[in-house]
Design a protein around this ligand. Structure first.
Ligand code: CO
Length: 215
């Protein structure tokens, strides 16, 4: 049996575990999707949204990419955000990074990663914003973890800059943005930043919705 066939078998045992406890488990799940959270996390296999928050299917709408970035030209992320905010009406958007992130670490180096360079450039730009503080940290692990935290905060700021989030706030929709960091070595999530509609937005990034036809 190969690894993939083993996965399919494990799926069958998971189904029976769930239905043993509640025979309508899947029927109830299939009937409605009403998650309260959108999770924007790192693709790293060690940071699965449901497991680390002890939640069930149906509770978290998830988008993951390398180093949990919110890039304003990323149609994939923007589509997920728009659907989550405007259709599912999630109440919280969470950007979750993690210490020891390989993407963040790679961005600090000068290695050439081919296509990946274009994605990692976004993290280098975060470094440049904070280079005065980061340059003082000599240990590469400590420098990575400091940039991991700054990157999470920057990605939450990037969410604020989207018309999707600003429009929700303009319409008085209940929507809070959070940034948190996960510790691979202890499993703990630490809250770093919270932004809601009362948090001031840099005027340069504010949209005037009274004169907007379509977003
Ligand atoms: Co990562």
């Amino acid at each position: 049996m190969n690894e993939y066939e083993k996965l399919l078998l494990q799926n069958k045992s998971w189904v029976s575990d769930k239905t043993d406890l509640d025979k309508d488990y899947f029927k109830n799940l299939a009937d409605i999707q009403k998650p309260e959270f959108l999770w924007i996390g790192c693709s790293d296999s060690r940071v699965p949204a449901n497991e680390i928050t002890n939640t069930e299917p149906g509770e978290i709408f998830v988008h993951r990419n390398i180093a949990n970035l919110v890039v304003n030209t990323d149609l994939n992320m923007l589509s997920v955000l728009k659907y989550a905010v405007e259709v599912l009406k999630v109440k919280h958007v969470i950007v979750c990074g993690h210490y020891g992130c390989g993407g963040v670490k790679a961005a600090i180096t000068n290695h050439h990663f081919g296509l990946l360079n274009k994605w990692l450039r976004n993290i280098k730009d975060v470094y440049r914003l904070h280079n005065y503080a980061l340059n003082k940290i000599e240990n590469i692990e400590d420098k990575t973890d400091a940039l991991v935290e700054l990157n999470i905060i920057e990605q939450v700021n990037n969410l604020v800059k989207t018309s999707i989030v600003q429009k929700a706030w303009h319409n008085n929709q209940s929507l809070m943005l959070h940034g948190c960091v996960y510790g691979l070595k202890n499993g703990i999530l630490i809250d770093l930043i919270k932004v809601d509609k009362n948090t001031p937005i840099d005027p340069l990034y504010q949209f005037d919705f009274d004169n907007t036809i379509e977003d």
